[in-house]
Design a protein around this ligand. Structure first.
Ligand SMILES: NC(=O)c1ccc[n+]([C@@H]2O[C@H](COP(=O)([O-])OP(=O)(O)OC[C@H]3O[C@@H](n4cnc5c(N)ncnc54)[C@H](O)[C@@H]3O)[C@@H](O)[C@H]2O)c1
Ligand SMILES: O=C(O)CC[C@@H](O)C(=O)O
Length: 390
């Protein structure tokens, strides 16, 4: 029986994939094998020793201590693209909200309640206070062309915007999905200096924290509208408020409000609703659950952020999976131990990503605790597990 701990509310469509004869799933559970989480901050959460994998039902993994997980051999998954459409739709909404004074107009019109037959004339007289601009023909700069950025760029172009993108690490898959008429910006500075709208779609990490700061605001066009549906920490809020006061930023639309932003009327603050649709929540939960089930039952890895994608069909009744630091002579030491234990290898695969490697080894005889202890004893091995399918 595998035990799955849920942090946050996870859509039942995903949790229902864990068959109840093989899995126990609960928000409170002792000795969990895996965790499914959404936005809960796990940096101060004590991850139990028994945890083998954490699945983030969502894109961003900055709420998970990924480096510590890697050192402990815990595989961290996310669900790339599963909520992209929802975030894209809210980003486009944000562009309209930044362009037309929809909320202010709505608030004002409500103040006319009780004015009876005068209302139509008052509306016609008062509406000039709430004019805005079209987005068609305006320049949009998209920072980060991953699942969300590509969708935003393509749909904004369909709406008539002139779109440029900046992403020095764009994946081949994302590049294939991007409309060919979207211009590639060579530098972030070039992108931000020519854009009427700037939308940020990158992960928050040590390299991207505060990427929009005073220096960058000083290069932007006066009246630019900035959208942030990625993470609050990507924007230096003090510098943003200064840029608004200086008339550089006309509107800041953010899914990540804080006290200072809520006090500024040119900030359009949304309570982290980017992925809050049943469609996105279900897609993420289903993808996260499938990835955990596959990993726990077969050892195959798909969509991990800290270990390489690595899959092989089961070829025998016994599979050994081993994660190790990506250092020389690991495979040699592993296969030597298997030979010492007289284990014949049927199939084997080894992949690496950044500082870690992962091995799947199908063997022709059952594994033993002694074998597992030996494998775990190799300097550099961070996890080892035997999966017996007989
Ligand atoms: N508001 C929400 O509810 C919500 C929902 C989903 C995702 N997000 C956030 O949006 C982010 C993007 O999501 P995604 O699904 O598109 O992720 P993704 O991994 O598909 O795309 C991220 C892209 O950013 C690029 N990138 C990384 N560093 C960069 C840099 N310094 N400059 C330019 N590009 C850079 C990567 O190459 C990649 O193409 C997530 O990391 C998450 O923080 C927010
Ligand atoms: O789970 C959520 O509601 C937000 C998820 C979002 O921030 C993400 O990074 O995918």
């Amino acid at each position: 029986m595998h035990k799955i701990l849920t942090l946050n509310k996870i859509a039942s469509k995903g949790l229902d994939l864990f068959s109840r004869d093989l899995y126990e799933v609960a928000s409170e559970i002792g000795h969990p094998d895996a965790i499914i989480v959404r936005s809960q901050d796990m940096h101060s959460f004590e991850i139990p020793e028994t945890v083998k994998a954490i699945a983030r039902a969502g894109a961003g993994t900055n709420n998970i201590p990924v480096d510590t997980c890697s050192q402990r051999g815990i595989v961290v998954f996310n669900t790339p693209g599963a909520n992209a459409n929802s975030v894209k739709e809210l980003t486009l909404t944000g562009m309209f909200l930044a362009s037309r004074k929809i909320f202010r107009g709505m608030e004002w019109v409500k103040s006319l309640v009780g004015r009876g037959d005068e209302i139509p004339a008052l509306v016609e007289k008062g509406k000039k206070e709430f004019t805005g601009n079209e987005i068609r023909g305006k320049k949009l700069g998209v920072i980060g062309l991953g699942a969300i950025g590509v969708d935003v760029a393509n749909d904004a172009e369909r709406l008539g915007m002139i779109v440029s993108g900046y992403d020095p690490f764009i994946s081949v898959e994302a590049a294939w999905g991007l409309s060919p008429s979207i211009k590639k910006a060579e530098t972030l500075e070039a992108l931000i200096s020519e854009s009427d709208y700037i939308s940020v779609h990158i992960p928050l990490n040590d390299q991207t924290r505060g990427i929009l700061n005073r220096e960058r605001f000083s290069r932007m066009k006066r009246g630019v509208k900035v959208l942030n549906f990625s993470r609050g920490g990507l924007v230096n809020n003090t510098d943003m408020l200064e840029a608004i006061q200086a008339g550089i930023v006309d509107r800041y639309v953010t899914d990540f409000p804080d006290d200072s932003l809520l006090r500024e009327e040119n900030v359009i603050a949304i309570p982290h609703l980017g992925a809050s649709t049943p469609e996105a929540e279900e897609n993420c939960a289903v993808m996260a659950a499938r990835q955990l089930i596959t990993f726990l039952e077969t050892g195959n890895i798909l969509n991990s952020v800290n270990f390489p994608d690595c899959s092989m069909p089961l070829t025998t009744g016994t599979r050994i999976i081993i994660g190790n630091r990506n250092i020389p002579n690991m495979v040699g030491q592993i296969t030597t131990i298997l030979a010492e234990e007289s284990m014949n290898i049927s199939e084997m695969i080894n992949r690496h990503k950044d500082g870690y490697a992962y091995n799947i080894i199908d063997v022709e005889s059952p594994g033993t605790d002694a074998l597992l202890t030996k494998l775990k004893g190799i300097e550099g091995v961070v996890m080892a597990r035997i999966i017996d399918k007989k």
